[in-house]
Design a protein around this ligand. Sequence first.
Ligand code: CU
Length: 108
Amino acid sequence: MLTTLLFALNMTTTEAQACAMADAQAAADAKAEVEASEGNKATFKVEGMTCGGCSSKVIAALQGVDGVHAAAVDYQAGTATVAFDPAKVDEAKLLEAINTTGFAGSNS
Ligand SMILES: [Cu+2]
């Protein structure tokens, strides 16, 4: 409910929409970089994100995990894509890191 309200407020100005488009492009670029990185790749669903601040929080949590090479988060699509070393970290640990941010991560 709060999430819906915040999203509605966020979309009340044209400036916010222009930013949303730029954010979507930045997220797509970051995702392409992750997919080009070394290691295993995994994409998770992340629920509840509403802005670039939210995605930054999730990216920081993932990058703080030992074995993570790169992480890209798209708050509009509600996804996190991670490149990681499977010898150091697994998908369960990555989900745990996402969940420490307060957003609900799950296998997509
Ligand atoms: Cu946010």
